[in-house]
Design a protein around this ligand. Structure first.
Ligand SMILES: Nc1ncnc2c1ncn2[C@@H]1O[C@H](COP(=O)(O)OP(=O)(O)OP(=O)(O)O)[C@@H](O)[C@H]1O
Length: 280
C-alpha cells in the first residue's frame, strides 16, 4: 500500500494552476512548492498574477484548473483548491491583505482576540457547554489573551494594546495585521505586500519580524515589491511574468536569471529593478 503521508519538507504544493477571468488568463499553468519553516517570495512586475495566485491559495478565488495542496507533517495533504476560504483558514493558512483590513474602532488587543473567535467559541462548546455549566471558556480566554500579548510584544505593540487599531501609525497597523494572522497559529502565513508604504527603518523591522516568525517554525509565502526585503530574507523566490512562472530558486540565482532581468527591464519601472546590492 502506498504511503500517502506528506513529504516532511514540503508545506505547499501548487500544480498546473490556471486562473482565467473571461478571456484573460491571469495565472497560467503555474507550478512550484514551498518548504516548511522557509520564506518563499512571489515576485513579478505589475499585473504578473501574484495577487491572483494568492487569492487562489487562500480561497478568495476558485482556480479554473490545477491543484493547491497543503502538506502538514504526519497528516494527509489537504486540497485547498476545493475548499472555501474559512475552511482554508481552519486548515492552517492565514493571510494579510495589500490594503489593511483591521477593525479600526477596536483596540489592538481586541483585534487579536477576534482572530481567535473560533477557538474561544469551541471552548464554550458552541454555547451548549456554557448552558450545562461545563464551559472551558475562562481558561481558553486567558490563553487567548496570553497569545495576543505575546504577538503584541513580538510586533513591538504591547504599549499600544489598548489603543484603537485605527489610531496606530501605518507601519504599526501593518505589524498588527501580521500579529492578528499569527494569533490563528497558522502553518502557512501568506503576506500580500507587507512592506508597502513602510519607510526603510520599518521595512528592516518587518524583515526581522518575518525571520523571527520563520525561526519559530511557521512557513511564510510572501508577495513583495521591496526587493531589499525579498532578497535579504527569502529562502526561495518564485517569479511570475504575464501569469507564467519564469524562474524559481534561491534569491541569488533568480536575480541573475536573464528571463527575470528581461521581465523587470521590460516593465521600465525603476522602483522594481532587481537591485544588485540586495544580494549578498
Ligand atoms: N477579478 C478580476 N477580474 C478580471 N481581471 C482580473 C481580476 N483580478 C486580476 N485580474 C487581472 O489579472 C492580471 C493579474 O493581476 P494580479 O492583480 O494578480 O497581478 P499582480 O502581479 O498582483 O499585480 P500588482 O503587482 O500590480 O498587484 C491583471 O491583468 C489583472 O487586471
Amino acid at each position: 500500500m502506498s504511503d500517502r503521508r506528506s513529504r516532511p519538507e514540503m508545506i505547499l504544493e501548487v500544480a498546473g494552476l490556471t486562473m482565467r477571468f473571461g478571456g484573460l488568463t491571469a495565472v497560467s499553468q503555474v507550478a512550484f512548492t514551498a518548504c516548511r519553516s522557509e520564506i518563499t517570495a512571489v515576485i513579478g512586475p505589475n499585473g504578473a498574477g501574484k495577487t491572483t495566485l494568492f487569492n487562489c491559495i487562500t480561497g478568495f478565488y476558485r482556480p479554473t484548473s490545477g491543484a493547491i495542496r497543503l502538506h502538514r507533517p504526519g497528516e494527509l495533504p489537504v486540497d485547498l483548491h476545493t475548499l472555501p476560504g474559512h475552511r482554508i483558514a481552519r486548515a492552517g493558512v492565514a493571510r494579510t491583505f495589500q490594503n489593511i483590513r483591521l477593525f479600526p474602532g477596536m483596540t489592538a488587543l481586541e483585534n487579536l482576540l477576534i482572530a481567535q473567535h473560533n477557538k474561544l467559541m469551541a471552548a464554550t462548546g458552541w454555547g451548549i457547554g456554557a448552558v450545562l455549566g461545563l464551559s472551558r471558556y475562562p481558561k481558553a480566554e486567558r490563553e487567548a489573551v496570553e497569545l495576543a500579548k505575546r504577538w503584541l510584544e513580538a510586533t513591538n505593540l504591547l504599549e499600544r494594546a489598548d489603543d484603537p487599531a485605527g489610531a496606530l501609525p501605518y507601519g504599526a497597523q501593518r505589524r498588527l495585521e501580521i500579529a492578528r494572522a499569527m494569533c490563528t497559529e497558522p502553518a502557512l502565513l501568506c503576506l500580500d505586500e507587507p512592506a508597502a508604504g513602510l519607510n526603510p527603518r520599518e521595512s528592516e523591522e518587518l524583515a526581522r519580524l518575518l525571520l523571527q516568525i520563520r525561526a519559530q517554525g511557521t512557513s511564510i509565502l510572501l508577495i513583495e515589491h521591496d526587493m531589499g526585503v525579498v532578497m535579504s530574507i527569502s529562502d526561495k523566490v518564485v517569479v511570475l511574468d504575464h501569469g507564467k512562472l519564469i524562474a524559481d530558486g534561491p534569491p541569488a540565482a533568480v536575480r541573475a536569471d536573464q528571463k527575470v532581468i528581461a521581465a523587470y527591464l521590460g516593465e521600465g519601472d525603476e522602483d522594481e529593478d532587481v537591485p544588485a546590492e540586495a544580494v549578498e
